[in-house]
Design a protein around this ligand. Structure first.
Ligand SMILES: [Zn+2]
Length: 153
């Protein structure tokens, strides 16, 4: 992927329960089972806040339909409560790691906008805003666009 073509940094959740561990190894294995060459995201952030590189930034990801050719995919472990309800389950360590990774990617791709997966759902009523009733998925279960709109000091 040509760095100038990166328009979005897309945040995802693994949609796994916060009381269950889902490792980078499991993620990679599950994506390969679905027929991908490797995990679809570029980075995975575990509940412990470890940043696992999954795919080279030069390689196109497989994480958001229609936008893979112009985006970087970052996924955090979790996104569901123990009962399966979607929620922002990010640990303090994950928040710190995410913010650090987002700043790093912003420096590398200054033109890119940071969004959540759900923000790239189709704008069905064409009013220029992707509203919550238009979301195809709730991923990443928090408002990534608002949270990373401004670099934090
Ligand atoms: Zn997603």
């Amino acid at each position: 992927m040509n760095p100038e073509e990166v328009k979005y940094i897309v945040i995802h959740c693994s949609a796994t329960r916060s009381n269950m561990q889902y490792t980078a190894f499991q993620l990679d294995r599950d994506h390969r089972k679905r027929g991908f060459r490797m995990a679809g995201y570029h980075y995975y952030i575990t509940r412990a806040g470890e940043i696992e590189p999954m795919r080279s930034l030069r390689s196109e990801g497989a994480h958001v339909r229609g936008y893979n050719h112009c985006s970087i995919g970052v996924c955090y472990e979790g996104g569901l409560l123990p009962d399966g309800t979607p929620a922002d389950t990010r640990t303090r360590e994950q928040k710190v790691a995410l913010r650090g990774l987002v700043s790093y990617l912003r420096e590398r791709f200054p033109q890119a906008l940071v969004v959540g997966h759900r923000d790239l759902s189709p704008d069905l009523n064409g009013n220029g805003i992707v509203e919550s009733h238009e979301w195809l998925k709730v991923c990443p279960c928090f408002d990534a666009f608002a949270e990373y709109l401004k670099p934090q000091k």
